[in-house]
Design a protein around this ligand. Structure first.
Ligand code: ADE
Ligand code: ZN
Ligand code: ZN
Length: 283
């Protein structure tokens, strides 16, 4: 019985991750963003982290706290966590298959990641530590290309006969963590993040303050619907659904690892910019 319980618990903890940029992706984005802040603003972030306590759940670092919006997803069957039950759609946005430009496009759900970004930002500006973790989390998700997709396949979660380099999995999971885990190649996420941080400095990456969430989502959507990703195929009118079977090998990794790394770096640079603005009470 004990064994069965352990198996059930570990299975549910795996599936609760299945619809969010994998844990390391979120840690990497939030850690790098924090490193890009001034020391004074880093201190403000850490104060908020230490003030966070929801149902006894606490976090030691911003990087870990950014996992909270996924943690609650796995617990919404429990009464204490029921206020998070409707928050799933804050992690992604889905469009009509005819959409080319996301600005003004038909969106498949009124609560979506645009709303998540707004909510995270305004709560952070009100010095609410939950806002900080939401903002950090959804900036990661917004840069995961398949978090801007289609509802009929759940952003690729239903493209679930993927074989090859990433094992038996689905296309969404390849982008949540498959590509990142192969890129890590056994090294720890922080080491990898430090290397990406060096690249951010070398490439002088910055972001345009005038751009809003729709810029990020347009980029994600353009990547998700590009041919090499094998998510869908453009005909004249729409990005047509393909079957559920894919074999993805090393050439898929070679093509898309640089894209994932660029998305992680831009997520961090932009998150740092938004945090800098939201933490308005520090000079
Ligand atoms: N569930 C439904 N659509 C999704 C998407 N695009 N990303 C993640 N989870 C989803
Ligand atoms: Zn998420
Ligand atoms: Zn996801």
């Amino acid at each position: 019985m004990k064994k069965i319980l352990i198996i059930i618990i570990s299975l549910t903890s795996i599936s609760s991750d299945a619809s969010a940029w994998g844990k390391d992706g979120h840690r990497i984005v939030c850690y790098m963003a924090e490193q890009l802040l001034s020391e004074a603003k880093q201190a403000a972030v850490n104060t908020l982290v230490s003030q966070f306590n929801v149902n006894g759940k606490t976090y030691e670092t911003f990087a870990e706290g950014c996992l909270f919006p996924d943690y609650v997803k796995g617990r919404t069957d429990e009464d204490a966590w029921k206020r998070y039950r409707k928050d799933g759609p804050l992690h992604y946005v889905n469009f009509s298959r005819k959409t080319k430009q996301v600005k003004g496009a038909e969106v498949k759900n009124s609560t979506n990641i645009m709303f998540g970004i707004q909510k995270g930002y305004s709560y952070t500006a009100q010095r609410n530590p939950e806002g900080l973790f939401l903002l950090g989390h959804v900036f990661g998700d917004a840069h995961q290309p398949l978090h801007a997709g289609y509802a009929d396949d759940l952003g690729g979660n239903k493209i679930n006969q993927v074989a090859g380099l990433y094992g038996t999995t689905n296309l969404h999971a390849v982008w949540d963590y498959g590509i990142i885990e192969v890129a890590l190649n056994g090294s720890d996420w922080q080491e990898y993040a430090d290397a990406l941080l060096t690249q951010i400095q070398e490439e002088n990456l910055s972001y345009d303050e005038a751009e809003f969430a729709d810029t990020i989502i347009q980029e994600s959507y353009d990547i998700a619907t590009s041919a090499s990703v094998q998510y869908c195929e453009w005909d004249r009118k729409k990005c047509r659904k393909l079957g559920p079977t894919r074999t993805l090998d090393k050439s898929y990794q070679d093509t898309h690892q640089p894209i994932v790394e660029q998305r992680l770096k831009m997520a961090a640079v932009r998150l740092a910019g938004w945090l800098d603005k939201a933490i308005h009470w520090v000079e």
